[in-house]
Design a protein around this ligand. Structure first.
Ligand code: AMP
Length: 139
């Protein structure tokens, strides 16, 4: 497995070198909106410390990340009246990973409604409105 590359886009988001629409953070983790959402409220959770994915993550990184995943899962369900939530996590290119900093996708879901296709950027204003709803549901 390759080494962690500190120039990946999520490392730049953590250093504020690249903008992001932040939802929640604590000492160990950060959550922000995915810029190519596959459902309304699609957001990501990452550890603040470096690791490529599940394969090299330390137990403490996984523990804090999954607790934030639970927090955001509950919040997006409340914010979007969802009846379910899908958590996705990809490992290495062959496993579908494109950004090599551990991240969990959180996708609000509804009975019988599929995810939108990947790779479609949406208006920033649209994401800001959704982010506000999620932040309110976190309180
Ligand atoms: P994957 O590594 O396959 O889980 O895909 C990376 C995910 O990160 C995709 O859903 C992208 O839409 C998302 N993404 C890539 N760049 C950014 C960014 N600058 N801000 C927020 N999400 C991003």
């Amino acid at each position: 497995m390759s080494k962690y590359d500190s120039e990946n886009i999520f490392a730049k988001i953590l250093r504020n070198e690249v903008p992001s629409i932040r939802l929640y953070e604590d000492e160990e983790t950060l959550s922000f909106m995915d810029i190519m959402p596959r459902s309304d409220g699609h957001c990501l959770v990452i550890p603040k410390t470096p690791c490529r994915n599940l394969l090299d993550a330390r137990p403490e990184q996984l523990e804090s990340a999954i607790l934030t995943v639970q927090k955001l899962s509950r919040a997006v369900m409340r914010a979007f009246d969802a009846t379910g939530v899908t958590v996705q996590q990809f490992n290495e290119a062959a496993g579908g990973q494109e950004v090599f900093h551990l991240h969990f996708h959180i996708l609000p879901r509804y009975e019988g409604i599929g995810l939108r296709p990947p790779g479609n950027m949406v208006e920033k204003d649209f994401l800001h409105v959704q982010a506000e709803k999620i932040r309110a549901a976190l309180e």
